[in-house]
Design a protein around this ligand. Structure first.
Ligand code: PLP
Length: 381
């Protein structure tokens, strides 16, 4: 008998780790001054902590050619990168140029691009291959003379597929196209090496890596200029005004340090559990389709379609037993635009499920999840 549902929805959000919570403690009540106020010692001290957070982030992410701009999260970072760069491009050149993205991007990329379309820019949304990956050939074909910006995420939030970002960044660089990538889902799960230094703008979010909610960042090449979305004080190099939330920044910095340090170990553990889950589900059920490439994929993601089951009933039964996602946590109950882009029908998209494992997921959770899903599918066929 299972009383509490099994949590397999860590791509929606993660809990703050204890070390992260501890790191933030002094900054709520003791070191609380405004880091922008350099007219007194307390403000100067807060400012030094802010700048040392930026330096620690640069060191952990192995970057030395970028500004670290703090935002409220990945949604804001994506908006700032896309709206900010495109509007600045128009001011500089007087042209509405062409932007390339992928149909399966997060809505916080697709909706700012819709806004840019309304303003006069041209946007191409490339349809990925059936496995969710972008075809480099299609990508090259979609580049036009006036293409000035590309936004393609590193790892997909729904199906977990990892795009060939290194190659895309090289293609962009060789054609002097600015490349933005959303790293909200992959930080802490993939090896970074020097990958980031070749991407012009990078989005990250704290609450996906056991850090606090309400804080994210945009890494921006030093020579890039953006039109800010929020003005009034000139904070964050003039890109994002507003008093900086030092406790959240310190917590996020700690979360990045821990995530990068433990990346390999965590990825191995998650992959083991994810593969056990997949194996158990495939052995016990027929008619399960894996959504997205299984090889180029985040270690903690699994997205499946259960054929011949009613999607509404499927999720209704599962709701009390497993906390997981019926597609994307941000999709407002609509069939997933990601699964539709992969060629799944409405019905198939509705009977799909995303499991995302976390650092506290254990073998017992996996065993129970296999049993619950198998029983549910059986009862509905
Ligand atoms: C790929 C991706 N980008 C952006 C976001 C938005 O992140 P945030 O909650 O930090 O605004 C998410 C959240 O699920 C995401 O998965």
């Amino acid at each position: 008998m299972i009383s509490t549902p099994i949590l397999l929805d860590y791509q929606s959000s993660t809990p703050c780790s204890k070390d992260v919570v501890d790191s933030m403690k002094p900054f709520w009540t003791e070191i609380f001054s405004n880091p922008s106020n350099k007219s007194n010692l307390a403000g100067i001290n807060a400012s030094a902590i802010l700048e040392s957070s930026r330096e620690k982030i640069e060191q952990n992410l192995l970057i030395n050619n970028k500004k670290v701009v703090f935002t409220s999260g990945a949604t804001e970072s994506n908006n700032l990168a896309l709206l900010g760069f495109a509007r600045n491009y128009y001011i500089k050149t007087g042209n509405y140029g062409h932007i390339i993205t992928l149909k399966t991007e997060h809505k916080s990329v697709l909706e700012p691009l819709d806004q840019l379309k309304k303003e006069g820019f041209l946007v191409t949304e490339i349809t990925p291959e059936k496995d969710g990956l972008i075809s480099e050939e299609n990508f090259i074909k979609s580049i036009r003379k006036d293409t000035f910006m590309v936004s393609i995420m590193m790892a997909n939030n729904e199906i977990g597929v990892i795009q060939p970002i290194e190659n895309i960044s090289k293609i962009c660089k060789s054609r002097e196209i600015i490349f933005h990538s959303d790293f909200a889902q992959c930080l802490g799960y993939i090896e970074l090496n020097d990958l980031l230094s070749n991407i012009n703008m990078i989005t990250m979010s704290s609450h996906k890596i056991y850090g606090p909610k309400g804080i994210g960042l945009l890494l921006i090449d030093n020579d890039i200029d953006l039109q800010p979305l929020i003005v009034g004080g000139g904070h964050e190099y003039g890109f994002r005004s507003g008093t900086l939330p030092l406790p959240l920044i310190v917590g996020f910095t700690k979360a990045i340090e821990i995530a990068v340090f433990n990346q390999k170990k965590n990825a191995e553990k998650l992959l083991l559990h994810r593969n056990t889950l997949l194996k158990g589900l495939l052995e016990n059920n027929s008619g399960l389709l894996i959504n997205g490439s299984i090889n180029n994929r985040l270690p903690h993601n699994l997205n499946l379609t259960a054929l011949d089951v009613n999607g509404t009933k499927f999720h209704k039964i599962l709701k009390s037993k497993i906390i997981c996602s019926s597609g994307s946590a941000c999709s407002n109950g609509q069939p997933s635009h990601v699964l539709l882009a992969l060629g799944r029908s409405f019905k198939e998209a509705e009977s799909s499920i995303r499991f995302s494992l976390g650092l506290s997921t254990n073998s017992q959770d996996i065993k129970q999840a296999i049993q619950i899903l198998t029983d549910t599918v059986k009862s509905l066929r």
